[in-house]
Design a protein around this ligand. Structure first.
Ligand code: GDP
Ligand code: MN
Length: 348
């Protein structure tokens, strides 16, 4: 049926209507974006893609967090693009600075050394604060405290398929706590002692180790060594209540004490991933095959042609990263005895 065209006046005065098929049941959830004012045009693209493919029908809120005040241009544009209510928060200084026990001279020497060794973001101080914040603090920002689930969105990402049903509702109804679309190997030079710190923590806190966990995703030898597999955390849909649980908070605090966010360059992706793989049950972690996604330089595009047609996808299947050598997603399927989707072995 042709839809009536709204008049320009109607159009200006209204946010998109909530037409989601399953939208009668809503989840207490929000998008969350950490960004600088200078990220405005890159985050605009991301909001547009998320709204067009999903949120225009669901109108979930959007929380923006920044270590500085957001300026008016940023707030105006992002509020105009988002269909739900937008909130803007400044990060408290204690969450974006050095803890008292960190030797800042040592931290600076590490940055200089890692810069000389050309380790990605190795010379960056702000990147380290960012990784520590995403590891340990975003979920307890005052603006996040009223929500149960989050969907993390970074600048310049793309969604390639319609998301016709509500992933938050899926998470809640199926008791999922963490989800991913892309997984890969971490650069070992950024995390040389992360696994040692993790083992020390888990030995001191065996009560936090989950039964039937997915440690076989991150370790090939029963937990002795880390195989460097991690879920790529620039996309995440997850449970805030899990991140706020004693298990997760204890883990983060222990890592933070060990100092590797500053003395190495621990990323939030391996931190979240190792926490999920050891402290969640394996079936509390979900691979969202239907959410097709790009963040430079990797794409997740559903392998099955039928899925792509049903969801009106516009990604190139040849660009799908899932089954390539540097991806850990094959491992995720094998350790969980999951059947790979149709078309996974199709050659270009
Ligand atoms: P990459 O994806 O690992 O290359 O890192 P990004 O540059 O995309 O940064 C990850 C996220 O943190 C993005 O959402 C950025 O907008 C955000 N971010 C990075 N550095 C800073 C910073 O210094 N301040 C703020 N407010 N956000 C930052
Ligand atoms: Mn990014």
């Amino acid at each position: 049926l042709p839809r009536p065209k709204p008049s320009y006046e109607d159009f200006k005065s209204q946010k998109p209507q909530n037409t989601g098929v399953n939208s009668t049941e809503r989840v207490n959830a929000t998008f969350v974006t950490l960004a600088r004012n200078s990220d405005i045009w890159e985050i605009a693209k991301s909001i547009r893609t998320v709204e067009d493919r999903f949120n225009r029908n669901f109108n979930y809120d959007w929380v923006f967090l920044n270590d500085q005040e957001f300026d008016e241009d940023f707030k105006k544009l992002t509020t105009s693009l988002a269909s739900g209510t937008t909130h803007y928060g400044k990060i408290p200084t204690e969450h974006w600075s050095y803890p008292s026990w960190i030797d800042q001279n040592k931290a600076r020497e590490v940055r200089e050394d890692m810069g000389r060794r050309k380790i990605i973001y190795g010379d960056s101080e702000s990147y380290r604060h960012m990784c520590r914040y995403e590891s340990g603090f975003f979920f307890r920002h005052p603006l996040m405290m009223n929500y149960e689930y989050y969907w993390r969105v970074e600048p310049s990402v793309e969604l390639f398929c319609d998301v016709p049903t509500d992933p938050f509702l899926f998470m809640k109804q199926n008791n999922k706590k963490y989800s991913f679309v892309i997984s890969l190997y971490e650069y070992i030079d950024t995390i040389p002692t992360l696994w040692d710190s993790t083992k020390k923590f888990l030995q001191a806190h065996p009560e936090h180790i989950a039964d039937n966990n997915a440690v076989d995703f991150v370790s090939d030898d029963g937990g002795e060594t880390y195989n460097k597999c991690h879920f790529w955390s620039n996309f995440e849909i997850g449970s805030l209540e899990w991140l706020r649980s004693p298990a997760y908070i204890d883990y983060f605090s222990s890592l933070d004490q060990d100092g590797g966010f500053f003395y190495e360059r621990w990323g939030d992706a391996p931190v979240h991933s190792i926490a999920a793989a050891t402290m969640l049950k394996r079936d509390e972690i979900h691979f969202f095959n239907e959410i097709a996604y790009y963040h430079v330089p990797f794409t997740h595009c559903p392998s099955s042609e039928q899925t792509r047609l049903d969801l009106r996808c516009h990604c190139k299947p040849q660009e799908n990263f899932d089954w390539k050598d540097y991806s850990c997603t094959s491992r995720w399927f094998s350790v969980n005895n999951l059947q790979k989707p149709d078309g996974w072995d199709k050659k270009d």
